[in-house]
Design a protein around this ligand. Sequence first.
Ligand code: HEC
Length: 457
Amino acid sequence: MASKSARSILQPLGPGALVLAVLALLAFHTGAFAAQQWHEPASADEAAVTFTRDVAPILQENCQICHRPGSVGPMSLLTHEQVRLYAPLIKDKVAAREMPPYHLDTGVGIQAIKNDWRLSEEEIATIVAWVDAGAPEGDPADMPAAVEWPDFRKWQLEDRLGKPDHVIKSKPFTVPAEGGDLWWRPRVETGLTEDRLVRALEVRPSFPAGRQAVHHAIPRLLSQNEEGEWVRTGSLSEYAMGKVGEILPADAARLLPANSMIEWDAHYYPMGYVIEDDQLELGLWFYPDGYEAEFTQNLRLYPLQGDIALAPGGTAMTQGFRRWDHPVRIDSFQPHGHVHLHAMSMEAIYPDGSRELLSMVSNFNARWHHSYIYDDDASPMLPTGTVLVLTAWYDNTEANPLTPDPEVWYSRGSRTTDEMSHAWLAITHLDEDSYERLVTERERKKEAGGQGSDGRN
Ligand code: HEC
């Protein structure tokens, strides 16, 4: 603050004088600081957390992507006037880690995640202290410049990768003004007659309407089996509001087989106005023809087994187990369930019998779908013989605000009120040699002091 006002006062004197004066000021400040170190802050105001200096930068970075005009959030959080109105609610949501809506547990499992939306403990403490202090504005001069948002009509990966090599659209869908959640599942051909290896993908909703109304969308992959029936063989990507695209790890490619189909699975939410003929687009960036990927990666659904019998006021738990006959690397984890699912974990039982909790979501919310993509040096490496254990917990008690009626039984099914659960995992398939090599490379990097440990990027 001091340097800002000093600069504006000194500028008319010219650059040489400015440098001298700033040096003099700095010398003065350092001396003054040393002398004052043991004092309390000069006034309570000086120490207090303010909107313009402390809170606005956090909101810009973590909230405004959704909470601004034309985006999915129910209100804008741009100015002090707007934010002040919601201060107590913001404190609750942020302290409970319900906002930003990103539910990977902190403190357990792998924390190094790409595009991690979670706030740090320090950021949460800042917001809480600010609300507790009465949500003061502070010095307007401290307000950071407004964020310049990317052009959402463009592909978000375009600056890095250029335009996509191929675009697949969903069929047009008209979203009514009112009503509950809607699902749109049209099938469209990929239009590709040769196998292609995918390097990056991005699902793009229309702008501005689709950006508000599409909560999440998955382009599933369908292939023909020997009887000529179309069967789901995996998924290509996953979009949830606020997301950008996905670039695969440098050593992996996802196969898009020739003559396949995409079945869109899009979740729309009416926004109070009719949206005519909305379409989603899937942009694909391919490796060049003839390119040989070192490994293949696929994104697939892994089911949990067993009946789900959820008694009135009851809870339940199911598990799924999986073992491969070769080593694998897990690149991403996405729990999926309906309104009763409240937690899912993913654990590894290694061939020597030791166990590791890889990831845990204990506050699952069916309104939000996230694929947690591990940092390249943090993705779990599972040697041959490892058992992967998925565990899901369901809640039909009154404590679960999403259960339609805690007085009735629920069981497995695909309606929104039925229960189901599985995880989507992107898995890179390795052989013994490459497994050894990747593990050694990682260890070397770690010894050289490569990566940070808190997983924020
Ligand atoms: C990815 C989009 C997204 C991000 C990022 C996000 N929000 Fe939200 N927020 C929403 C949506 C959508 C809702 C409506 C409730 C729901 O769908 O869960 C909401 C609801 C809220 C509510 C409750 C409003 C009400 O009237 O009940 C508060 C408070 C809130 N957000 C604050 C924040 C803060 C603070 C941040 C950043 C630290 C943030 N949100 C980040 C999308 C987002």
